[in-house]
Design a protein around this ligand. Structure first.
Ligand code: CP
Length: 311
């Protein structure tokens, strides 16, 4: 079955069936990454371009590894080494890349909506790898895969998303995807970091960390985006940490089987303490491992499903 869209721009556009298909496909691909020869011929002859105008460790690397494990040719272009530094527009950049016949473009950009804009000018499928504060759909999918791998089912779970909700594309993509899958979401943080419009998204809003996490199945801790805090929204990082850093102490009323996830990169000691990060509840590195499988699944379902064998 094909996905309902040829682009992955937003989790809003993914149906429950789409998400289940992506997670099931990712599950079937996990084993390839454990083989001695971590490669299958599924996307041989396909070309993937990763176009990253913002820094990235996890997302860019895992899209590259995912493409290579499926035998696609993968080309990485960073904003700083592209001709946009000489004044070429983003649209012209994408149209010139498309003139070389790639099969898919993966785009990260600091401006919300940049990947959606490009999708109107190029025919190749586009995957949004994070645009401003807007969306990061492949991150939400790997988060769901990580939770489902532990819990078996997603329907009926309760998740608290804690931290800098205002600037978080991860929060926005996850809220939509989690609600589609029947998960109840609570967002937690100081008032300046939770815009008022979030109450219209069907989520609970809490400013009390301990109370909010006492009966949830999963806590997703978000990075305080130090580079986006110039508006003076927080009086000090120390004060933020006093109230919202996830510590062993703050978990004292939480469930024994609580799962802790974080999209990375982590500010150790600001939004999560070192001991919690390294505890048995933490799935932070599982998320990174699952990121490769999710991105393999997205490439396969967008490009190879019609004419390829997953093994
Ligand atoms: N989670 C995430 O997007 O990390 P990177 O910025 O390192 O890609």
């Amino acid at each position: 079955m094909l996905l309902s869209n040829q682009n992955i721009l937003s989790t809003k556009e993914l149906t429950k069936q789409d998400i289940e298909q992506i997670l099931d496909t990712a599950d079937s691909f996990k084993e390839i990454s454990t083989r001695v020869i971590k490669k299958v011929p599924t996307l041989r002859g396909k070309t993937i371009i990763n176009l990253f105008f913002e820094p990235s460790t996890r997302t860019r690397t895992s899209f590259e590894i995912a493409g290579k494990r499926l035998s696609a040719d993968v080309i990485n272009i960073s904003g700083s080494s592209s001709s946009t530094t000489k004044g070429e527009s983003l649209i012209d950049t994408a149209r010139n890349l498309e003139a070389m016949n790639p099969d898919i473009l993966v785009v990260r950009h600091k401006y919300s909506g940049a990947p959606a804009l490009l999708s109107k000018f190029v025919d190749s499928p586009i995957i949004n790898a994070g645009d401003g504060s807007h969306e990061h759909p492949s991150q939400a999918l790997l988060d769901l895969l990580t939770i489902r791998s532990q819990k078996g089912e997603l329907e009926g779970l309760k998740v608290a998303i804690v931290g800098d909700i205002r600037h978080s594309r991860v929060a926005r993509s996850n809220i939509q995807a989690m609600q589609t899958m029947g998960i109840k979401v609570c967002v937690v943080g100081p008032p300046p970091l939770i815009p008022v419009e979030f109450k219209y998204l069907g989520v609970e809003v809490s400013h009390n960390l301990r109370e909010a996490i006492k009966d949830v199945d999963v806590v997703m801790v978000l990075r305080i985006q130090l580079e986006r805090q110039k508006q003076g929204l927080l009086s000090s990082l120390r004060e933020y940490s006093n109230y919202f850093c996830l510590t062993q102490e703050s978990l004292d009323k939480a469930r024994n089987d609580i799962l802790i996830i974080h999209p990375g990169p982590v500010n150790r000691g600001i939004e999560i303490s070192l001991d919690v990060m390294e505890s048995k509840h933490s799935l932070i590195l599982n998320q990174v491992t699952n990121g490769v499988a999710i991105r393999m699944a997205l490439f396969y379902l967008l490009l190879g499903e019609k004419n390829a064998n997953p093994n």
